[in-house]
Design a protein around this ligand. Structure first.
Ligand code: SAH
Length: 278
């Protein structure tokens, strides 16, 4: 985070007053308060005890970084051309500086529609997939979503995007190294409504339930029952899942009073959903 990548764009001072959530599309700017971190590593069973560790103790100034607003606007325009229609989702992707979530050597690819390695064999999803999944999560919703659970924090990019479309984001990661990295990556954004949890996302996170939305960034053979149990009636779940035909596809589940409505959409390639922590 301390190394500022070189960009083929104008250098500018990004320290400006923060735009509110409902404000116009602007580069992601500091927002008040801290990212909260809930550490479930010591808990047995994993969700029984959690320690809240605020990470705002030494909030670093953002300093002067590259102004990526033009490349972000271009990325958003391409997403719209590719069929993303939800303007709230497009605005959210326009606000988050994706280059802050990847290694500086990869920063010049941060606004291309490509997945990128984030360490420990994991990848950050390409912007089109992030946008598509959040659009599916919000389908039909006007205004902000309520509480959302993300399984697979990774580098924290999608959690940052979700923070602009949901009232609270609970994001759980099973790899301690990535959980810590996401905490570092998110610190300068000071997103008060993102709660990072170290634990096994297969169990969901009952403390934040019921969720208006659940989104998984890792693909399993089936959707864990815990996720369905923790989904609110009226809520939506979007997860890459292996289909009966044996390939991975995006599955959307809508919980209604009458039960679960399930739709299987396009084929995707996500890293595997694994149980336990490491
Ligand atoms: N949303 C992330 C994408 C990370 S890739 C981003 O924006 O960067 C998917 C992540 O899911 C990986 O970091 C992987 O470790 C994590 N994962 C896989 N199985 C998990 C589980 N059971 N609980 C929590 N995280 C899991």
């Amino acid at each position: 985070m301390s190394t500022r990548p070189g960009f083929p764009v104008k250098l500018d001072d990004t320290r400006k007053p923060s735009a509110g959530k409902s404000g116009p599309v602007k580069p992601a700017l500091p927002r008040p308060a801290a990212v909260k971190v809930l550490d479930l590593a010591q808990a047995k069973p994993p969700v029984a005890k959690s320690v809240v560790r605020p990470v705002s103790a030494s909030v670093r100034a953002l300093g002067t970084g590259p102004d990526t607003s033009a490349v972000r606007a271009h990325m958003v325009q391409k997403l719209a051309e590719q069929g993303i229609q939800d303007t709230t989702v497009l605005a959210a992707l326009g606000r988050v500086e994706r280059h802050r979530f990847v290694e500086s050597a990869l920063a010049n690819q941060a606004y291309e529609d490509t997945s990128l390695p984030i360490g420990l064999g994991q990848t950050i999803s390409k912007p089109n997939v992030v946008a598509r999944m959040i659009e599916l999560l919000r389908m039909g919703a006007s205004g902000q979503l309520g509480r959302v659970l993300e399984i697979g924090t990774g580098c924290g990019y999608q959690a940052a995007v979700l923070s602009h479309v949901a009232s609270e984001v609970y994001s759980i990661e099973r790899l301690r190294g990535l959980h810590e990295k996401a905490r570092e990556n998110l610190r300068p954004f000071r997103v008060a409504n993102v709660h990072l949890i170290f634990g096994d996302g297969m169990l969901g996170y009952p403390k934040g339930a019921p969720y208006a939305g659940i989104i998984s960034a890792a693909g399993g053979d089936a959707v864990p029952q815990a996720w369905l149990d923790q989904l609110a009636v009226g809520g939506r779940l979007v997860a890459p899942t292996v289909t009966p035909e044996g390939h991975q596809a995006l599955v959307v589940m809508h919980k209604t009073e009458r039960g679960i409505e399930r739709s299987v959409l396009e084929a995707v390639h996500f890293v595997p959903l694994k149980s336990g922590i490491a």
